[in-house]
Write a protein that binds this ligand. Structure first.
Ligand SMILES: C[S@@+](CC[C@H](N)C(=O)[O-])C[C@H]1O[C@@H](n2cnc3c(N)ncnc32)[C@H](O)[C@@H]1O
Ligand SMILES: [Zn+2]
Length: 387
């Protein structure tokens, strides 16, 4: 395999020279190589490093498992760039990945801190029950096949970091695949990416419930082709019950844009909207907060201290997440609402300021540049549009 040297954060790595493996212009270069490395995920990995640092500072120690490691970039970066890490176990089922991870651990002189393994991720995680306080799941496509084992491997307090690249099923393009993988129904709406993140979160929480484990999201973002969630984990049956009480369904009206939230796992859902149209339903899914402002503040402060190439974009994302953190679920889209009321969309900053002056929560959202989040009722919002 032809390799090249790169630097991500403070870490030097050997990765496949993916341009050599591409045969056609439309080939997706990272998936053509014998070992997977996607340079476009550096953005996501930088944020993961800062998240791990905040957790290490909070817990005083950190035992990390990078269970699906590829070239080992996440695990090696955690070991090299996060202070207070006690151990990082870096695993990949592929023998070629294993050899490359070994090289990358050596290149960064991380031998006592970083350990490596060449096993099926589920076997490894089950064998290490209750051991890690940071488990990173970064699979091809859906994390669903690994979640049970990941929850089992978590210690009494810690964090689960999950990536999903199967955003099409989660966002309602492939309904049956979403129901099959996540036991939840999506709908295709202007806020379908938020619905997808909430379906994924809700699924992780229900799997964790089997382990009497409560998972609370502290940061969740939809970027490029992937979703990424960081869930704070704590053992306790009552805590896990408390989480499930904040799951439920969203009933959406495609005609007027109204959304009705129902907090229950087996509820009776409303059938008809106030405007007379039929409602569509999504769920079960997480209806609580996706972000924790205090946590985001700490992650942003850590990112500011670091010398990352993509820092400006990463901080801009975290700032948007912080703006919308205290808002209600399900953002609106100015263009969609304008079409519903047959008018021009207002300037988003003016709209937000008007809603705030009326005493409502109103903010932008990281999900969309034309989106906004508010607790104002849909009729109140459309009144502003008509004016
Ligand atoms: C998306 S890649 C990981 C990317 C990597 N975390 C990064 O940030 O570049 C997924 C990896 O999981 C590995 N993998 C897939 N199924 C596995 C399994 N059941 N057990 C262990 N590794 C597996 C693949 O070999 C691949 O390297
Ligand atoms: Zn309606």
């Amino acid at each position: 395999m032809e390799l090249k040297f790169i630097v991500e954060g403070q870490t030097r790595l050997e990765v496949p020279a993916s341009e050599r493996f591409r045969t056609k212009a439309e080939d997706y270069a990272p998936s053509m190589t014998p070992v997977f490395y996607n340079p476009r995920m550096e953005f996501c990995r930088d944020i993961s490093v800062s998240v791990a640092q905040v957790l290490a500072d909070e817990l005083g120690e950190l035992l990390i498992c990078d269970s699906l490691a590829g070239v080992g970039v996440r695990g090696v970066r955690y070991a090299k760039e996060v202070k207070g890490v006690s151990k990082v176990l870096i695993n990949d089922g592929s023998s070629e990945a294993f050899e490359l991870i070994k090289q990358n651990i050596g290149l960064n002189e991380l031998a006592p801190l970083a350990h490596l393994q060449n096993e099926d991720a589920n076997t490894l995680l089950w064998k290490n029950r209750g051991r890690f306080n940071f488990v990173d799941l970064d699979p091809f496509g859906s994390p669903a096949p690994f979640l049970d084992a990941a929850c089992a491997a978590l210690a009494r307090r810690g964090m689960l970091a999950v990536t999903a690249t199967d955003t099409a099923p989660l966002s309602g393009t492939h309904v049956r695949a979403c129901v099959r993988r996540y036991g939840a129904r999506p709908i295709r709406t202007e806020y379908c990416r938020e619905l997808g993140l909430r379906i994924l979160t809700g699924f992780c929480q229900r799997v964790a419930g089997k382990h009497d484990l409560a998972l609370i999201p502290v940061l969740a973002h939809a970027t490029l082709h992937y979703f990424r969630i960081y869930l704070y984990a704590q053992k306790g049956s009552q805590r896990a019950d408390g989480v499930l009480k904040r799951q439920g369904y969203v009933s959406h009206c495609h005609a007027c844009g109204r959304r009705i939230l129902t907090y229950d796992m087996t509820p009776e859902l409303p059938g008809i909207c106030e405007c007379g149209s039929r409602l569509s339903h999504a769920g079960p899914l997480w209806l609580g907060k996706l972000m924790d402002r205090t946590f985001l503040g700490k992650v942003t402060a850590d990112l500011m201290r670091r010398n990352f190439k993509l820092k400006a974009g990463e901080i801009a994302l975290l700032n948007r997440c912080a703006e919308e953190a205290e808002g209600p679920p399900m953002f609106y889209d100015t263009h969609k609402l304008a079409r519903c009321v047959k008018t021009q969309p207002p300037k988003i900053a003016e709209l937000i300021s008007k809603l705030q002056k009326l005493g409502h929560f109103a903010s932008r959202t990281h999900f969309s540049d034309t989106g906004f989040r508010t607790d104002a009722p849909v009729d109140g919002i459309t009144r502003i549009f008509r004016r």
